[in-house]
Design a protein around this ligand. Structure first.
Ligand code: AMP
Length: 111
């Protein structure tokens, strides 16, 4: 069971920003930026974006469509933010449960 599955199950606490039936957003425990939040589907059936199937389009579309609301709750909707998902070893993905980082609260280096 991943740490994110434990958070969804209520076995680990999180600093929650937003929750609905399908997704959960919470502050990253080890922030790399002034604002660093994570958005996850509650279902842990996708380790990363490479696992996404057409049958996941509603779930992933729902998650993406809620990011502006979550950004508003974080106070970065006007200043801007970056959405990142790490996939696999070269990206240093640590948690094999698909998740999207929302980064901001400061000027980010250009990619
Ligand atoms: P990634 O490297 O893309 O897999 O990102 C995983 C992220 O999860 C890292 O930024 C960690 O700091 C974060 N993280 C790990 N455990 C927890 C936790 N219990 N609560 C909140 N964030 C966590």
């Amino acid at each position: 069971m991943t740490v994110f599955a434990k958070i969804v199950a209520g076995e680990l606490p999180c600093n929650k920003i937003y929750e609905d039936e399908y997704i959960l957003a919470f502050h990253d425990i080890n922030p790399d930026y002034k604002v660093h939040a994570l958005v996850i589907p509650k279902s842990g059936h996708l380790e990363g974006i490479q696992d996404a199937q057409m049958s996941d389009k509603e779930l992933l579309g729902h998650l993406m469509s809620k990011i502006p609301l979550i950004a508003e709750k974080l106070g970065v909707d006007k200043t801007g933010y970056r959405v990142v998902t790490n996939n696999g070893p070269d990206s240093h993905q640590e948690v094999p449960h698909i998740h999207f980082h929302i980064l901001g609260g400061e000027s980010l280096r250009g990619l």
